[in-house]
Design a protein. Sequence first.
Length: 394
Amino acid sequence: MPSHFNRVILIVLDSVGIGALDDAAAYGDEGSNTLGNIGRRRHLQIPTLRGLGLDRLVSLSGPEPRDQPQAAIGRMVEASPGKDSVTGHWEMMGIVLDRPFPVFPHGFPPDLIAEFEKRIGRATLGNVAASGTEIIDRLGAEHVRSGWPIVYTSADSVFQIAAHELVIPVDELYRICETAFDLAVERSGIGRVIARPFVGQPGRFMRTSHRKDYAMRPAGETVLDRLKAAGLPVVAVGKVEDLFAGRGITRAIHTASDDEGMDVVESEMNQIRRGLMFANLVDFDTLYGHRNDVEGYASNLERFDARLSEALPRLGDEDLLIVTADHGNDPTTPSTDHSREYVPLIVTGPRVKPGVDLGTRKTFADVGQTIAENFGVGTMAHGTSFLAQLRTSN
């Protein structure tokens, strides 16, 4: 049996996919390859990720891969139908869905919108599927004049509400989202309600960091639930707490940027010595993928690579670091939505033997099963642990 780890640090690079899954065409995502297509457009200065073995998982321009990766590497298939953050994160923690959350490519049903407007005492604008930045550019000025919130969706199962912070203060927007949660999530089975506050003037509107997700409660027991029940710390960084509706979390730190997220990861490495630290870095998706900003996405990858190079030497002998993603969002395609892709699996730590081939995992749940086995909290219903494959040594 391999030796186990006292602390697992799981970092999800939100939307950093590495190639279309076999069923991508059914989602309109044939040819998507978030990282690979960015790498073909621009040489990526990511020496740390390359050294760990990322360039063996996806073709990137630049130097040939080194003889042996410094990490254990593989890729994962999403077993659940769908391609949104809730589905991806839930699956990582052991919940594989048998049906996707409902989507509304033509807007939400009139009766849902009518009841929502009745409850909040306001009319609404929009009720269409749209890019978040595009819709505030299109309807933001009318929203400022009328005071009516903008309601929109995407290719994912989300009920999004955008409002200018000087028109509908953030706390009031959150209360409106709580009303929407009762109608859209609790009653209609939609995956998430998302508050999308913005600021600025017409032609120069900008979304703020006060985004808040109201996700459906997990549909079953997760690894997080088991860790918390066993008395182990579970620290959620970024939007992780929101994606799990707070369940299974012992402490949550929300962040305004990926850089702040990595600040928190490094700070928490000094605070907790055991348990799970679970971080989501959402700027890849929100700021760059959805906006089809190839250069911005590439630069964010480079910034993360630099931060990762600073964090790696701080890993202790009892640490296990896992870097992965939850779906794709290819900024080189016409779509501004998520894409159905493989995600990378990079696993490292002082006691992980370099160069281990973890292969193609059949489900994201393999991550959760590995964490469950490591901490001795029982076997989850889904996933196959790769703990033994890491060939840890004393």
